[in-house]
Design a protein around this ligand. Structure first.
Ligand SMILES: [Zn+2]
Length: 186
């Protein structure tokens, strides 16, 4: 399946008013077992992620699908090798069932928020209940960077993005005018 365009809150011209409502919508639970449309959408998410080398994860609303599914790298692997499904977890209807430890702050980027990074505080350990891409129930535990990525991707399913957090905002100097414009408009 051809990879889908990644939606963004803005582009170099300013706010992206067509993409914003999709990125901001609370996504729907997926019925299990999957119907044909859902299977195709899962494949679209997988294909759209595997072809990229610039992302830790991707959530369905980022490719225009308001359903609760995410994909992400399950290890900090060898970035020289092409990404395969062995390097990824797909979680459908993910639910955080437990968090542990004190929140840790780190700068995060997002394909849907081009050119910026924001300091976000996340739990260093989480437990998840979900369904995998085969429709099987799974319980998973994630640590550190992967735990951060999963919390970031689940945020997308609720219409939350890194710019909603209060932490420091980082961007290249040559984007100053654009950033001023975007944050005044929104
Ligand atoms: Zn993101």
């Amino acid at each position: 399946m051809a990879p889908k365009r990644v939606l963004t809150l803005w582009n170099d011209e300013g706010l992206n008013n067509q993409d914003i409502p999709v990125l901001r919508k609370v996504s729907e639970e997926i019925a299990v077992p999957f119907d044909k449309e859902t299977k195709q959408q899962i494949q679209a998410l997988v294909d759209s992620f595997l072809c990229r080398d610039d992302a830790s994860g991707l959530a369905a609303p980022q490719i225009g699908i308001n359903k609760r599914m995410i994909i992400f790298r399950n290890k900090t692997g060898d970035s020289d090798k092409p990404l395969t499904m062995d390097d990824c977890d797909v979680l459908i209807n993910p639910r955080i069932t437990q968090t542990r430890g004190e929140k840790v702050t780190a700068a995060e980027g997002c394909l849907s928020c081009p050119d910026v990074q924001v300091d976000v505080s996340r739990f260093p350990e989480i437990k998840i209940r979900a369904v995998n891409e085969k429709g099987e129930k799974v319980s998973k535990r994630y640590l550190d960077w992967t735990a951060r990525v999963v919390q970031h991707e689940i945020d997308h399913l609720d219409g939350t993005l890194i710019v909603d957090y209060e932490g420091n905002l980082y961007y290249p100097k040559n984007k100053q005018a654009l950033i001023d414009k975007i944050f005044k408009e929104s």
